[in-house]
Design a protein around this ligand. Structure first.
Ligand code: EPU
Length: 332
């Protein structure tokens, strides 16, 4: 395990912004990670997954850790289900594709999400009516402060919408994730866009669901390789009943989803588009022409340009609809 000095992070974040890490290390096992944390106990630390959900606005004068655990193994299986453990460094969609090809159901709706396995529980990645929490049974971690191993069962992860104990506390480095997948599959309608794509198929297979999602995502979301971005930039706002009523007075056609507990979700993409920001560009930063929630980088190296543009959107949405958009992306 090598600890490197002064490493350029531009290729480690999907927005491609420049920043130097004073120290950088890619531990490949839980033991290496634990040893690293004990050796560098005083340094500031930042954990990087696939770098698909964060960007830098300045250099980092501490230790950047990129978990490199790459193993995927079957822990146990029976006639109806299979339990799989995957290392934090495994590329998310590679695992999804592998499971789909073997007929293991549960991850197909999360196809093509740019992520690493280790990042998936942190913000409980979700799409098309599924979330990572639906299949995760255990998360293995190392405590950033003590180097100790700690495991979290599904309920101990305290999952919420784009949230978990890992995101809230920023204290545990995920080394592997254990998923329980099913060997049988019946398509259930959960998301209108997906059902529309599958309308000609009577009972879609897992592979057909994955293919449909790959099609939708490719159509709606920009490829980070050609147009650097971090997927959805803001979370969909959760509103109280009063906030919902006042939004509906201002914007008659605002989409509202009742999520129970007297809480309502609206669409950040819709509000940003209504505020006049869809496809808008300021200098080298803009929103994607086919999806207002995705901020794209047209060529700046400076993360500050991106955070400035995001603030511009937040201010306008606040002014027009009295709703504060919260970033989904981490800004360093
Ligand atoms: N819409 C607009 N303008 C747009 C795009 C969308 O008004 O430019 C409205 C439409 O009414 C549409 C609604 O927004 O029906 C929802 O759009 P979409 O289906 O694309 O979903 P989203 O809420 O914008 C969420 C996730 C995505 C995930 C999709 C699909 C969040 C923050 N984002 O987006 O996740 O792929 O659902 O399930 O929850 C990500 O996290 O990076 C991400 C891409």
């Amino acid at each position: 395990m090598k600890v490197l000095n002064n490493i350029q992070l531009q290729n480690y974040n999907s927005f491609n912004t420049k920043a130097i890490a004073m120290l950088f290390c890619e531990p490949e096992t839980q033991e290496e990670l634990s040893e690293l944390l004990k050796t560098y106990s005083k340094e500031k630390k930042l954990v990087l997954g696939g770098g698909n959900n964060l960007f830098f606005t300045k250099d980092f004068d501490g230790l950047v850790i990129k978990p490199g655990m790459q193993e995927i193994k079957i822990v146990s299986e029976d006639d109806s289900s299979v339990i799989i453990e995957a290392g934090a460094g495994v590329e998310w969609d590679m695992m999804v594709e592998d499971c789909v090809s073997k007929g293991y159901a549960g991850l197909e709706n999360l196809s093509l999400i740019p992520s690493s396995v280790g990042a998936s529980p942190i913000q409980n990645i979700g799409a098309y009516g599924s979330e990572a929490k639906d299949t995760i049974i255990l998360v293995k971690t190392v405590d950033l402060q003590t180097g100790e191993y700690i495991e979290f069962t599904n309920s101990e992860c305290e999952f919420g919408y784009r949230n978990s104990i890992f995101k809230r506390t920023n204290r545990y480095i995920i080394t592997s994730v254990v998923f329980k997948l099913s060997k049988s599959f019946t398509y259930k309608e959960k998301y209108i866009d997906l059902s529309r794509e599958l309308t000609d198929i009577e009972s879609p297979t897992i592979k057909q669901v994955r293919d449909a999602i790959v099609k939708i995502r490719t159509r709606k979301l920009p490829d980070t390789k050609t147009l650097p971005n971090a997927g959805s930039f803001f979370k969909n706002p959760i509103l109280t009943e009063d906030e919902k009523n006042s939004l509906q007075k201002t914007v008659l056609d605002a989409p509202i989803y009742n999520i129970g507990d007297n809480k309502f979700k609206t669409s950040a993409a819709f509000l940003i588009e209504k505020a006049g920001f869809k496809g808008k560009r300021t200098g080298m930063v803009g929103t994607y022409e086919h999806h207002a929630l995705v901020i794209v980088n047209y060529g700046t190296n400076n993360g500050k340009d991106i955070s400035d543009f995001a603030s511009e959107i937040q201010q306008e949405v606040l002014k027009q609809f009295d709703i504060k958009l919260e970033p989904e992306v981490w800004i360093y």
